[in-house]
Design a protein around this ligand. Structure first.
Ligand SMILES: [Zn+2]
Ligand SMILES: [Zn+2]
Ligand SMILES: [Zn+2]
Length: 331
């Protein structure tokens, strides 16, 4: 596997003919359950709740896309750039229990998973090679789910993924023009208009974005301006219980429409180490704002949505929020 940069959009792609088999494997056991006969290699554990051995844990991905050893060794290839696929690829096991999902777990259990995510990001950002740490969850066959056990995944990469890069550039432009954070401005208008706000819990707001990429797209954003999820979560651990409750309830709502979704956390790139090539780092603390995006997968449109030239959503965010607000959930 290697990384190649698109010279036009300046975004990196991972490519290679030695792609690991990511299709769900038919195994007679689960490698993430506590009593697994072939357990994955543990990186860190969150302490157990109610006497359990652990509550959430990070393990090495059994078929990683990125390898932790070595240097990225970025090099030119004529006008192009390439580098080796150095990085980290972990599985974040959300629960000890095989049947406990983010929408059926207790808030205390989900809080442990969120704190694990924050700790892993902070830990990996100490590595100067890594420019960004992504956390995402693909749930459902059409969303690319890999494992039966409730899990999310983490990648630490030597580059910033393209969607985040677009957001960082846009945030910087907006701040340059207005000296305000675009996310804070979105939040204040959404709260004032109250047409696309799904729910408010503590410092967190769930909303359907004005221009959705897919039907029922939902974001969860903290009201307090903070660029980095991990800094927010570790400095205010009590707030993670609110985020847990809102995440659980939002996923319950989305599941009344579809059981399949992508979830991704967008946080700041690694700012512990200076980067010569990226000049948006100077105002980053002011112009970016961490958030979670949930992209439901509906019917056959699923696989192609990332390839569309223009996103098309047959449901407006105003209609989506109405249906999700009225959805019957467990509480
Ligand atoms: Zn399991
Ligand atoms: Zn902000
Ligand atoms: Zn985002």
């Amino acid at each position: 596997m290697e990384l190649r940069k698109d010279p036009i959009t300046r975004s990196w792609v991972i490519t290679g003919d030695d792609v690991p088999d990511s299709a769900p494997r038919e195994e007679s056991f689960c490698r993430f359950c506590p009593d697994s006969p072939a357990p994955a290699q543990v990186i860190s554990n969150m302490s157990g709740l109610d006497g359990g051995p652990w509550s959430a844990r990070a393990v090495v991905h059994p078929t990683p896309l990125y390898r932790i050893e070595g240097e990225p060794s970025r090099r030119a290839d004529g006008i192009y750039d390439r580098m080796s696929s150095v990085g980290a690829h972990e599985v974040l096991v959300e629960s000890l229990r095989h049947d406990r999902q983010l929408w059926t777990a207790t808030d205390a259990e989900i809080e442990q998973f969120l704190l694990l995510a924050a700790q892993r990001i902070q830990d990996l950002k100490r590595d100067a090679r890594f420019k960004y740490v992504s956390i995402f969850k693909n749930h459902g066959a059409n969303a690319g789910q890999e494992f039966g056990h409730p899990t999310s995944q983490l990648t630490a990469t030597t580059f910033v993924p393209r969607r985040v890069l677009y957001e960082l550039r846009a945030g910087r432009e907006y701040f340059k023009a207005k000296e305000r954070c675009v996310f804070c401005d979105i939040l204040s208008q959404e709260l004032q208009q109250n047409q696309r706000v799904l729910e408010v819990q503590g410092d967190f707001i769930a909303l359907c974005p004005y221009a959705p990429r897919v039907p029922y797209e939902t974001w969860i954003i903290p009201r307090s301006h903070e660029v980095a999820f991990e800094r927010y979560g570790l400095a205010r651990p009590a707030s993670m219980l609110d985020l847990a409750a809102l995440l659980r309830r939002t996923l319950q709502r989305i599941r009344t429409v579809t059981g399949e979704f992508h979830l991704v956390l967008h946080t700041s790139p690694n700012t512990l180490f200076q980067s010569k090539s990226l000049d948006y780092w100077k105002t980053l603390d002011d112009d970016y704002h961490w958030h979670i995006e949930i992209l439901p997968v509906i019917g056959g449109r699923a696989k192609s949505y990332t390839f569309k030239e223009v996103y098309y959503s047959p449901v407006t965010s105003e209609a989506a929020v109405k249906r999700l607000r009225e959805a019957k959930i467990d509480g």
